[in-house]
Write a protein that binds this ligand. Structure first.
Ligand SMILES: Cc1cc2nc3c(=O)[nH]c(=O)nc-3n(C[C@H](O)[C@H](O)[C@H](O)COP(=O)(O)OP(=O)(O)OC[C@H]3O[C@@H](n4cnc5c(N)ncnc54)[C@H](O)[C@@H]3O)c2cc1C
Length: 367
């Protein structure tokens, strides 16, 4: 039987980023059931880095990831993974409590500037009178980031098996025996980085699930022939009904911010969500719209408290959770991977994440 120190289940951004931190120190195998590691949530994101997104417990991970994304080591990636964007949070009369809550929550951590949104968005409908500009928001080159992690993992000696589902796992006195289509492998630590399948992987390993729920999100790529500028900020409804951002000179990426419970699967967009997205977009701006060029959906997976789950399961030695990254798994990946690697190895966390309290992320909170 092939032996490893660590087997990571899942080759999305979570598994790849953690693997890249661990491969230099241990013999690591990454099991990915698809032919392409970014096939699920990682390949379907809207690709932004926004410090307020996800709330105050996600913000430290997002903020700590910022410099690592903006100025990665040259041997990891040549140039930045980030490019300018900015977010404009918009609201209507009655949304003042939402605006004030956002200001209060991030008063000490994120720059939020009250603005008249009509000054920044030509064609904004007149009822959108409230605006908060979050200048630090950036676009992320998700494919480059994911590939850089996969490359580093490989260069450090990590092994990746594609089209290799973890079918089952049993803990014994000598560690784990894991069943794969290529035969059994053994390891000391089994990492659950399976995204929407995190609870399924736990059950297959005889570990109690945590209640990580996949929620479907729809994205519509819309042709907008008279888009005022490709440099407009990401425009986000304070009530959580939609957001959209330019993608080049005459198209936008738009979502109705849907969260439809789903079984783990190859998610596909539903017509109702696409229609809802367009209706909400038209309620925000008067820009004429062209055709729907493309639409997709992906699963954002949340623990019951909507905070990621990082750490060893308190009931099952050697079972490490790295799951529940929700809608923030790309923007938090660099810091989360550093924190996760320190938790897994017992090494001191690097200075970038040393000040971040790990308690809110630990699986113990559900046991
Ligand atoms: C529409 C949408 C927009 C988003 N926008 C953003 C954004 O702008 N910014 C941001 O930071 N985040 C965003 N996200 C969230 C982000 O995409 C996720 O948090 C992140 O991709 C999760 O990464 P993951 O590796 O945990 O999951 P995944 O990428 O889904 O990877 C999990 C992998 O595990 C594999 N797997 C599962 N079970 C097994 C098994 N038994 N054996 C082997 N392999 C298995 C799967 O095939 C899969 O490849 C968005 C998500 C969606 C859907």
């Amino acid at each position: 039987m092939t032996q490893f120190d660590i087997v990571i289940v899942g080759g999305g951004i979570a598994g790849a980023s953690l693997g890249a931190q661990l491969a230099g120190e241990a013999r690591v195998l990454m099991l990915e059931m698809e032919a392409q590691p970014g096939y699920h949530a990682t390949g379907r994101s809207v690709a932004f880095w926004e410090e307020t997104y996800g709330g105050p417990l996600l913000q430290p991970l997002t903020t700590a990831s910022g410099p690592l994304l903006a100025k990665p080591d040259p041997d990891f990636h040549d140039g930045s993974f980030l490019s300018p964007r900015g977010t404009l949070h918009i609201g209507r009369p009655g949304d003042e409590p939402l605006r004030d809550a956002l200001l209060a929550e991030f008063a000490r951590t994120v720059e939020l500037l009250p603005v008249n949104p009509a000054d920044l968005v030509p064609g904004l409908r007149p009822d959108w009178t409230l605006g908060l500009l979050e200048p630090s928001c950036r676009d992320i080159d998700v494919a480059a980031l994911h590939h850089a992690y996969l490359r580093r993992f490989r260069l450090l000696g990590g092994e990746t098996w594609l089209e290799s589902r973890m079918e089952g796992a049993r803990a014994g006195p000598g560690g784990w025996r894991i069943e794969t289509p290529r035969g059994p492998v053994s390891c000391g630590v089994l990492v659950n980085a399976a995204g929407a399948w995190a609870d399924d992987v736990a059950v297959r390993a005889g570990v109690a699930p945590i209640g990580i729920r996949p929620l479907r999100r729809t994205v519509v790529q819309l042709h907008v022939p008279a888009l005022p500028s490709p440099e407009l900020p990401l425009i986000m409804d304070m009530e959580g009904g939609f957001y959209f951002k330019p993608d080049g000179h005459d198209r936008i990426w738009l979502t109705p911010h849907d969260e439809e419970p789903s079984a783990p699967c190859d998610a596909a967009p539903e017509e109702m969500a696409v229609a809802q997205a367009i209706a909400r977009f038209e309620s925000a701006v008067d820009w004429p719209i062209g055709r729907v060029e493309h639409k997709w959906a992906g699963l954002r997976s949340f623990a019951p408290d909507r905070v990621p789950v990082f750490g060893f399961d308190p009931g099952v030695p050697g079972f490490f959770w790295f799951a529940g990254q929700g809608g923030f798994g790309i923007q938090t990946a660099p810091a989360a991977a550093l924190m996760g690697a320190a938790l897994l190895t017992g090494n001191a966390p690097p200075v970038t994440v040393a000040a971040i309290d790990v308690m809110p992320y630990r699986p113990d909170r559900f046991r």
